[in-house]
Design a protein around this ligand. Structure first.
Ligand SMILES: [Zn+2]
Length: 192
């Protein structure tokens, strides 16, 4: 029985590294995988999926209206796919998460989704909310706060390192960065 998996974490927990390792494990056994990641703008990166430790791989890009069921099931009918791996899964729409569930249920393809649980205000992303509700298997990947506790939150900071408290959920092309913190230090950084 194929399953829908959601591997969730804060920033810097090694989500892309874990995805690429899983992909390698499948391909090492002669199996056929299909990689996807979000396309948020028109920038063309060297590698579609890049991990902080230097690994990378090409991937298909999904956008808002991409029908993952149609595209993946069509490819599957030409050459059977043993596993689909999706990076930046927090940006999936609710419809796309249902399409992933259908791939598991009707096409029998395991779908492994990797993404952030919450945004810089501690709110669920749409894709993460749908995955937390629908996935067969939830796996937390852990990053570490500067205090040594598990870092479950993502603080957005500006160029000077100051906490950003308001703004769009996804800042495209901006200079903001993210710091993974435990909930206590996230709360303190936002002023309680
Ligand atoms: Zn902390």
């Amino acid at each position: 029985m194929a399953k829908l998996y959601f591997y969730y974490a804060s920033m810097n927990a090694g989500k892309s590294t874990t995805l690429l390792q899983a992909d390698f494990n499948y391909r090492e056994r002669g199996m056929h995988t299909m990689l996807w990641t979000a396309q948020l703008d028109d920038r063309s990166d060297d590698k579609a999926i890049e991990s902080r430790i230097g690994l990378g791989a090409e991937a298909h890009r999904y956008q808002d209206g991409t029908d993952l069921w149609a595209q993946i099931s069509a490819a599957h009918s030409v050459e059977p796919i043993d596993c689909v791996l999706i990076d930046e899964a927090q940006f999936l729409s609710k419809d796309q998460v249902w399409q992933c569930a259908r791939l598991a249920d009707e096409a029998g393809i395991p779908v492994l989704c990797y993404g952030l649980r919450t945004d810089f205000q501690g709110e669920l992303f749409p894709g993460s909310a749908a995955l937390l509700g629908l996935a067969d298997s939830l796996v937390e990947l852990k990053a570490v706060c500067h205090c040594g506790k598990k870092a479950s939150m993502n603080l957005r900071v500006d160029e000077s390192g100051a906490a950003v408290k308001a703004g769009a959920q996804t800042e495209i092309g901006g200079n903001d960065r993210y710091v993974a913190l435990c909930r206590k230090h996230f709360s303190e950084a936002l002023g309680g």
